[in-house]
Structure formats: C-alpha cells, structure tokens
Design a binder for this molecule. Sequence first.
Ligand SMILES: [Zn+2]
Length: 84
Amino acid sequence: MILFFGTRLRRRVLGVGTFDCPHCAVVRAVERVASRVWAHLFWIPLFPLGTPRVSLQCTACHGEWPLSPGGGAGAVGGLSMPQA
Ligand SMILES: [Zn+2]
C-alpha cells in the first residue's frame, strides 16, 4: 500500500488594504496573509506544523514582507489597512 504523506503551505487572506510597495515604488493594494505549513495525508490536511506567519503581499508584484510580531509593517511604509 502506498501512502501519500507530506506537507503543504496553506495561506489565508486576513485583510485587504493599500501600502507604498517598495518594489513597485507606488501605492498598491496589499493583502495581509497568514501562512502555515500543514501535514497532509492523501492531500487532506491533518494538523498544522510550527507557528503561523503573517505577512503583507502586494497584489501587483506578489512581493511579500513579513510583519513584525507586534503587527507593525517593519520597513514597509504607508500602510493603510483596516484591522481584522
Ligand atoms: Zn508591488
């Protein structure tokens, strides 16, 4: 019998806003995304592994910047996002 067991990164959008994207160098739409690795068996998620990571992702260039533990945007400026 063959078991298909592995890990997969699952992402969930927590909110949408705008920010001054460092890569695009203009104000762009941004998504606040929580990502976490899950163990799966036959592509069915079983349980999460590790801690979730929250980051900002530009919807135009798909660049991703991690948020600081306090929820701040770190080096990313001009963030305008409603808190979920
Ligand atoms: Zn961008």
